[in-house]
Design a binder for this molecule. Sequence first.
Ligand SMILES: [Ca+2]
Length: 403
Amino acid sequence: MRTGTGRYPCVRSPDRRFRWTFRRTHAREGWPPPKRLAARHSCTAIAALLLAAALTACGDDASTARSGTPATAATSAPSDPAGRPDLDAAEEVAANLDVPWGLAFLPEDAALVSERDSGRILRVAPGAAPEQVYQVPGVSARGEGGLLGLAVAPDYAESRYIYAYLTADTDNRIVRFRLDGPPEVLVEGIAKAGNHDGGRIAFGPDGMLYAGTGDAGQSGRSQDLASLNGKILRLTPDGRPAPGNPYPGSPVYSLGHRNVQGLAWGSGGRLFAAEFGQDRFDEINLIEPGHNYGWPAVEGSGGAERGFTEPLLTWTTAEASPSGIAIAGDTLYVAALRGRRLWTVPLVDGRAGTPRAELRARYGRLRTVMVAPDGALWLTTSNTDGRGDPVRGDDRVLRFPAR
Ligand SMILES: [Ca+2]
């Protein structure tokens, strides 16, 4: 859905921050007005009517009862990158974390984990106590906002850059930093709200940085090309719009999303994304540049005749409410918050097979799933996020070695 040929420049202000001047440029260069759909599904409006119900319907997920017991091992098992993660072989890598959110692997056998509300970044590794290695300044944690996604630069061995997506006082933004230095703001002006802040970031196989954003409670933003919200963004490692993006000069890669917190690449470089539905259907989408995924006109399937790209897969929000996703081999792993389970989905040539529920009600709410370089699957729980029922030791980082 190309709507023009103009450019969205990014302007480097004196403090070296990039500021997106979309709306001004939009008018100056004669872009057509941003397309807005008539259908509105305003969480704000619903909240005004039914506050309690809105917390369930409009947040990224909601709480359900938890059963089962945490199961962990004290030692770290070897992992075979050619094998499959053994979901019966849980190891506890870390415990007693405060709303862990982002997770990214370091070159050594360790990972960085962000804590949403504290703004801390911890180094975690099998057999070692978590160690705080950074405190991200300027984090304004409220509702679903705070210190969210993390990514380690593909050239980390040389650059030492860590990337983070965070909620600040005025907006959501993407920063990068070295563990011994201050953060540099790469992207700002992603609207924030108590709900729907997106927050996942990940480097793709093309070396570009992708970010999933949310509509921040105003669904019209998802169809507005001048807004960074309700989109998947594609950026250079310096935070500029990546070359080859569908709207030249814009970081927008795909639009019409409600709240994207899952990004992963499969065979053939295919990008898959997970997003939370409002109160009916969560989605797994195969992301194509410039495609429109329908929100807020459509939740779930049924938008093809209107030019929207259909989801590969949907769940009811009670079954899933998916945050992070990961791909190992031909299997897509989906961490479900409200659904309190790990969905596994076979992928064949970019299509989804029948999902299977794993770890059901075993560890409570699951936020993030990642595949480590050694093939192990790592999971973070999210029982301390205000919507769960934390038990002793929550929240945890779990590792499932591949065999
Ligand atoms: Ca959709």
